[in-house]
Design a protein around this ligand. Structure first.
Ligand SMILES: CC(C)(COP(=O)(O)OP(=O)(O)OC[C@H]1O[C@@H](n2cnc3c(N)ncnc32)[C@H](O)[C@@H]1OP(=O)(O)O)[C@@H](O)C(=O)NCCC(=O)NCCS
Length: 242
C-alpha cells in the first residue's frame, strides 16, 4: 500500500539524516513515533540534490510496522530468498509459530511498498527457581538479499526490543552469530545465568538480551515452545548422508 502523504516530510528528514548516519543511529525517541528509518540505496536512480559524490544515490524510506495477513505470502517469499536451501523449513516454522502464539510480535520492514525484512518474536518459558517466567524468542529474522547490509535487520531488532520492553517482557533469547547480535544488547546467555534448551546449540550462539522487566532471580533453563521442537528447529544437527 502506498503512503503518498509522507513523501515531502520524509524527504526533508532524510536529507538531514544522510549527513548524520544510517537508520541504526536514529535515537529511539525520534524513530518510535513515526516508525520510519531512512536508507541510502547506492544502486538506485538519483533523485535528490546534493554533492557530486552523492549524486548517484537515492534516499528510500523504510517503514517498520506489524505484519498484516496480506503480507504473509511476501514474508514467506522473503524467507525463501534469504535462507536458500533452508527456506521452506523457515517458512514452515513461521507458519507454525504464528498459529501457536496469537500474541506473537511479527514485524515487517517495508520499502517502496515491498516487504524487505521480517522478524518474529514468540513466547517461550524460562524455568526459573522461583517459577516459570514468560520470555520471548527472536526467530526467525531475514532481510531480502538485495537489501542486506543497509540497517534493515538492525532496525527490526531494535524496534522489536523496544516493543517487547513496553510489554514488560524480561528477556529475549535467540540462537545466532554473536558477531551480529552483540551490537543490539545480546550477550552469551550462559554468562547471564541461563541454560540452553539443547546441547546442540553452540554455547556462544545461545544469546539473551535482558530488558527492563528483568529481575536478578530470573535465571534457569530456557524451555522452547513446543513448535520449535515439532518443526525440528532447535540447534544444529549433524550432517549425514543417506
Ligand atoms: C542476518 C541478516 C538478517 C542481517 O540483516 P541486515 O539488514 O543485512 O543487517 P544490518 O544491515 O542491520 O547489519 C549489517 C551488518 O551486520 C553484519 N552481519 C550480517 N550478517 C551477519 C552474520 N551472520 N554474522 C555477523 N555479522 C553479520 C554485516 O557484516 C554488517 O556489518 P557491517 O555493516 O559492519 O559490515 C541478513 O543478512 C539475512 O537475512 N541473512 C539471511 C538469514 C539469516 O541468516 N538470518 C539470521 C538467522 S535467524
Amino acid at each position: 500500500m502506498r503512503r503518498p502523504g509522507r513523501g515531502g516530510s520524509s524527504r526533508a528528514a532524510a536529507l538531514a539524516l544522510v549527513s548524520n548516519g544510517t537508520a541504526a543511529s536514529i535515537p529511539p525517541a525520534q524513530a518510535a513515533p513515526l516508525r520510519l528509518a531512512l536508507m541510502l540505496d547506492a544502486t538506485a536512480t538519483p533523485d535528490i540534490p546534493g554533492p557530486a559524490h552523492a549524486a548517484d544515490r537515492r534516499v528510500t524510506v523504510m517503514h517498520l510496522r506489524d505484519e498484516l495477513a496480506a503480507d504473509r505470502d511476501a514474508v514467506h517469499e522473503l524467507h525463501r530468498l534469504a535462507f536458500g536451501d533452508h527456506g521452506e523449513t523457515v517458512v514452515a516454522l513461521v507458519r507454525a509459530l504464528r498459529d501457536d502464539d496469537p500474541e506473537a510480535l511479527s514485524l515487517v520492514a517495508e520499502e517502496e511498498d515491498e516487504v524487505v525484512g521480517h522478524v518474529l518474536f514468540t513466547r517461550s518459558l524460562l524455568d526459573a527457581p522461583r517459577r516459570l517466567v514468560a520470555v520471548q524468542v527472536l526467530s526467525p529474522l531475514a532481510v531480502r538479499p538485495d537489501r542486506q547490509r543497509r540497517g534493515v535487520g538492525g532496525a527490526l531488532i531494535r524496534h522489536g526490543l523496544r516493543r517487547l520492553d513496553e510489554r514488560g517482557v524480561p528477556t529475549v533469547f535467540l540462537e545466532g552469530d554473536p558477531g551480529y547480535y552483540a551490537r543490539f544488547g545480546f550477550a552469551a546467555a550462559g554468562d547471564l545465568g541461563f541454560r540452553r534448551p539443547s546441547l546442540r546449540i553452540p554455547a556462544p550462539a545461545f544469546q539473551a538480551a535482558r530488558l527492563s522487566g528483568y529481575e536478578p532471580w530470573m535465571t534457569g533453563t530456557l524451555v522452547y515452545s513446543a513448535t520449535f521442537w515439532q518443526q525440528d528447529c532447535v540447534g544444529l544437527r549433524e550432517e549425514h548422508s543417506g
